[in-house]
Ligand binder design. Structure first.
Ligand code: 13P
Length: 339
């Protein structure tokens, strides 16, 4: 794939009225989600759940791509169609999470570095054969109470790895989604989130340039600039939209075709409202602004499913609804009355 094709894929993934469904929870994470609804996290239950998501009727009206996990891209529908092939057939692009998770930077460090560079080229060849056209790598940046975390070192190290990953992925003809997530856990206010998010994005683009990554063939998947979950003063919807857009304008070059936000623990409705506000109030931005939500798309579906086949139709309706509402938000056409 040349740069033009990478650009076309990145544009198509992020163009209104569509966004991305992140269904790439690791086995550990999906096990936690299943335990909340008392469902055993077996190989077959994980397959069944992902099949339920992907077979939601007319999902392709709102969803451009789905991010899969290593186990999932090797699984198939009940008719034995591999998920990668199935998604391609219904007009949804399959992607794959390629990082192997985050570990402490050194044994007693409170900060983490995301791993997975070793052997990445070989894995990419396999994923391409399984239908993947794009990839994802997530770096985690935490904010602590006493201003020691994040360190400049943790931001630099994670940005270097994100850029190295993006370079290798483009070498293999796939689109890299680069995800530097500043966590919303903690009691920090929106200004602190802005400061750390801005510093992280600045470092990331410095490293992407150093590694000569084609910026028109990536997607950025950032956190929104938002108050910490435990902060007493929660910023308003218009503050979140304006500070997020300010941060992006200061750090993200115009060549980047799209920005697809993560939901990061926001409520389903707020994740939709924030995206909507940005698309409604800032119409002259150089990038597509869309979503790549995990929890904010799937949460009502999981609750409705409860591991019971009789609930498949209602849980698919729940995914259809959140996908449709977030699709409206890509055009700034969402309102609470639609809930
Ligand atoms: P959330 O939307 O649940 O934050 O998940 C997005 C994601 O892909 C995290 O890596």
């Amino acid at each position: 794939m040349d740069d033009t094709v990478l650009n076309q894929v990145a544009v198509k993934l992020s163009e209104a009225p569509k966004g991305i469904l992140a269904a790439d929870e690791s086995t550990n994470t999906i096990t936690k989600r299943f335990s909340d609804i008392n469902v055993e996290s077996s190989f077959e239950n994980r397959r069944k759940y992902r099949e339920l998501l992907f077979k939601t009727k007319e999902l392709n009206k709102f969803i451009s791509g789905v991010i899969l996990y290593d186990e999932t891209i090797r699984q198939s529908t009940s008719e034995n169609i591999p998920f990668g092939k199935f998604l391609n057939e219904i007009g949804i692009m399959p992607g794959i999470k390629v990082d192997t998770g985050a570990i402490p930077i050194f044994p007693s460090s409170p900060e983490k570095v995301t791993e997975g560079i070793d052997g990445l080229g070989e894995r990419l060849k396999e994923y391409k054969n399984l239908g993947a056209v794009f990839t994802k790598w997530r770096a985690i940046i935490d904010i602590d109470e006493n201003n020691k975390v994040p360190s400049d070192y943790a931001i630099d190290l994670n940005s270097f790895n994100l850029a190295r990953y993006a370079r290798i992925v483009q070498n293999h003809g796939l689109v890299p989604i680069v995800e530097p997530e500043v966590l919303m856990d903690g009691s920090h206010d929106i200004n602190k989130c802005y400061e750390v998010t801005s510093k992280t994005q600045r470092s990331l683009f410095k490293h992407l340039n150093n590694q000569e990554v084609s910026l028109n063939g990536i997607l950025l998947k950032p956190n929104m600039v938002i108050s910490g979950k435990k902060c007493a003063k929660q910023a308003s919807i218009s503050e979140v939209a304006s500070m997020t857009v300010k941060c992006l304008k200061e750090n993200v070059p115009d060549e980047v075709p799209g920005i697809v936000f993560l939901s990061g623990g926001q409520s389903n409705e707020l994740a939709t409202e924030h995206l909507n506000e940005m698309n409604k109030s800032y119409t002259d931005l150089p990038w597509n602004l869309s979503f790549s939500y995990g929890r904010a798309l799937q949460q009502p579906t999981l609750v409705s499913w409860q591991g019971n086949d009789q609930n498949i139709a209602s849980s698919q309706e729940a995914l259809y609804k959140r996908s449709k509402l977030n699709s409206s938000a890509t055009n700034g056409e969402y309102s609470r009355d639609l809930e």
